[in-house]
Design a protein around this ligand. Structure first.
Ligand code: RUQ
Ligand code: CUA
Length: 662
């Protein structure tokens, strides 16, 4: 398809291509073709531009083929984007209150409060790595997990109603950049650490770094039936106080292992204010850091045998035990390593070095052999055996400057983001993947520039045993000159790259400005794998337990009920376009439980519920029932209303709360 080359003046050819692509391809009449041609000329659009538009434009009502679940960085949410249109479809509130979804305003679900670190109210999170649940190494569309790097928390989202169901706080650490990643059947959600802290982040001066500061990785057991992390079946493994970074679970050939890269094996402690080398220099001195190779099936056996120490009330396999039981090995990885990515068949592990123009490819078979034969080049200073680098490495490829993360296609291609080059590299894999591509194994074949400073990349179904390829999204940190200036704070630029063709054709076909957060990582799933509810299954549904709430207000039973203990229960229903009851009289100091059911069954008939002064906002999707608890401590007259524009008489959907002073 030579027409993909950017070449002005080839518009007519494109028009025929467009006509062929059009779903309603009636006989494109010559006049309208000329209109398009004239418009393209007037707007300065090239053939490539028109092709890009044809590949991404979805007419009204036509749905996206893929969904991308992206983190939002310190916005604390998850963003859901449709591909190829790159339309933002939803956010899912997780660690940060979100008033449209009524998340974090004491309405119904208490997950946010339960996850407060050290019991302190914490109203934001720093989401980094979303992980879709997997069955046999393939996304199954049921659950989504995401970490909070700032406080070491993990959230569980149910993909039937796209709501956060649980937030767990890691009792051992405060930093979990290496989460979340799932094992191939979602047995465990892996939460790797990052900045070492003393256990439980207790106080210890940094001069005690080597003795008191700890690295760790936590394996949260996921209970699919309950849709919750089972804290009582979860455990952690102590690691040296390096800064463990990203993780990835083995699969197929490497099932039973997971891999974590690390930085700061120098054990640098910074101190720029005292003229000591700052962290950026101190933690980058060594030519290599350590790739951690962890046998989680062995670790699970050791945990189940009770060979753990309880630390901060949590079972921990100590570093000593992990070494003695052969759970932990390391091997060198060059230089200031970042991503670690397991190939679809599990047979290779790709590591990038931020300060090394290569990616390094390790072989699972060689790692297993080196472990069996004890092919060690020594031990680290904590006694962890080091697998000999040359014995476990399969290949190294020079890809460019600042390689970070690698994703895989279905056809023997792999893709690596290049931060410093602002490009995405495509290279051919060797081994049994090599057959699919005309180029020689382990060879760089192409680089596509992106704009700018790409961090992660995501390929459709790219973390599974069978990637789809087709699309790659480049999650660029800087957008500089791509959009109209939006003040000094610029949006991120998520660029859609078409990777459906062989070889050197890999055009950017869409720029999506992401102006509501800083997505770090994303996973892309085939949209038809999800089984989203369009309305809650029954009227009176409590999303927190995913079942009918017997206390949910029912039509005909609406009332204000004053209880013997002095508390008040309000049973209210909502339907277009009224609440019932509409008058609520309370006395100052009343303890109130306000139950509301949206008794609608029509798709999209969501009602809001908002009370001024009392900081109450709720979103009631069709069938949903919530309970809001508060003390009526402020007397006055408060018009409450439906905050979701639900009908022609939406403005009339209101009532008065009257709190009588003492
Ligand atoms: S990391 S840009 Cu937070 Cu996933 Cu590599
Ligand atoms: Cu209900 Cu507006």
């Amino acid at each position: 398809m030579t027409i993909m080359k950017r070449a002005a003046g080839k518009v007519r050819l494109t028009l025929w291509v467009l006509a062929g692509l059009a779903t309603c391809a009636t006989q494109a009449n010559a006049q309208s073709m000329r209109d398009v041609e004239a418009l393209a000329k007037e707007r300065g659009l090239t053939t490539a531009d028109l092709m890009a538009a044809a590949k991404t434009y979805l007419p009204s009502g036509v749905k996206d083929e893929y969904l991308m679940f992206a983190s939002s960085g310190h916005a604390g949410h998850v963003f859901v984007v449709g591909l190829p249109s790159m339309r933002l479809l939803r956010s899912i509130a997780v660690f940060t209150p979100e008033s449209w979804q009524g998340w974090g305003f004491g309405v119904g679900d208490k997950s946010l409060e339960e996850g407060f670190p050290q019991g302190k109210s914490n109203l934001w999170g720093d989401t980094h790595h979303p992980a879709l649940s997997e069955t046999a190494g393939d996304y199954d569309g049921q659950w989504l997990f995401i970490n909070d790097k700032i406080n070491a928390r993990v959230a569980v989202i149910d993909l039937r109603d796209w709501e956060t169901k649980q937030i767990v706080k890691n009792p051992l650490t405060l930093s979990d950049h290496g989460g979340t990643f799932v094992t191939p059947n979602t047995e465990y959600i892996i939460e790797g650490g990052q900045y070492a802290v003393p256990w439980g982040s207790d106080y210890a001066p940094i001069t005690d770094y080597k003795e008191k500061y700890k690295g760790s990785v936590t394996l949260w057991k996921f209970d699919r039936n309950r849709g919750r992390i089972d804290k009582d079946q979860s455990f952690a493994i102590e690691l040296p106080p390096y800064w463990q970074d990203l993780s990835d679970a083995g699969k197929l050939a490497s099932d039973g292992f997971f891999f974590m890269n690390s930085i700061n094996t120098e054990l640098a402690t910074g101190g720029i204010q005292d003229k000591k080398p700052p962290f950026e220099a101190g933690a980058s001195m060594n030519a290599t850091d350590f790739l951690h190779i962890i046998d989680w099936k062995k670790a699970e056996k050791v945990y189940k045998a009770g060979n753990v120490e309880m630390i901060k009330g949590f079972p921990v396999i100590t570093l000593k035990t992990a070494i003695a039981e052969g759970i932990l090995h390391v091997t060198p990885e060059p230089r200031s390593p970042h991503g670690v990515d397991v190939a679809p068949k599990g047979d290779f592990i790709v590591i990038s070095g931020k300060l090394d123009p290569h990616v390094t490819i390790y072989s699972t078979a060689k790692i297993k052999q080196a472990i069996a034969n004890k092919t060690f080049s020594g031990k680290d200073e904590f006694g962890v055996p080091i697998l000999d680098f040359d014995a476990v490495v399969e290949a190294r490829i020079e890809v460019g400057l600042g390689p970070l993360h690698t994703q895989f296609g279905p056809d023997g291609y792999a893709y690596t983001s290049l931060y410093l080059d602002s490009a995405v590299a495509r290279w051919t894999m060797g081994g049994s993947y090599g057959a699919g591509t005309p180029e020689p194994d382990w060879t760089l074949v192409h680089k596509t520039p992106v704009h700018y400073n790409v961090g992660h990349i995501a390929v459709a179904e790219g973390d599974t045993v069978s990637p789809d390829g087709k699309y790659l999204v480049s999650l660029n940190k800087w957008s500089v000159d791509r959009f109209v200036q939006t003040g000094p704070l610029l949006p991120q630029n998520l660029q859609l790259v078409d990777i459906s063709d062989d070889g050197t054709k890999m055009p950017v076909i869409y720029d999506m400005a992401m102006g509501v957060g800083e997505p770090h990582y994303a996973q892309i799933i085939k949209a038809d794998k999800l089984n989203s509810w369009s309305v809650y299954p029954q009227v009176g549904w409590d999303p927190h337990v995913q079942n009918i709430n017997p206390m949910a207000p029912k039509k005909g039973m609406e009332r204000v009920q004053r209880n013997e203990d002095g508390s008040v229960d309000i049973f209210m229903t909502a339907i277009r376009s009224h609440f019932n009851p509409e008058h609520i009289y309370l006395k100052q100091g009343d303890k109130v439980r306000w139950h509301i059911t949206n008794i609608e069954r029509a798709v999209d008939a969501t009602h809001g519920f908002a009370v001024p002064v009392y900081n109450i906002t709720a979103s009631l999707e069709p069938g949903e029932s919530v309970t809001i608890e508060f003390v009526a401590d402020t007397p006055g007259t408060f018009p409450f209303y439906c905050s979701e524009f639900c009908s022609a008489l939406h403005l009339e959907m209101m009532g008065y709360l009257m709190v009588e002073p003492n």
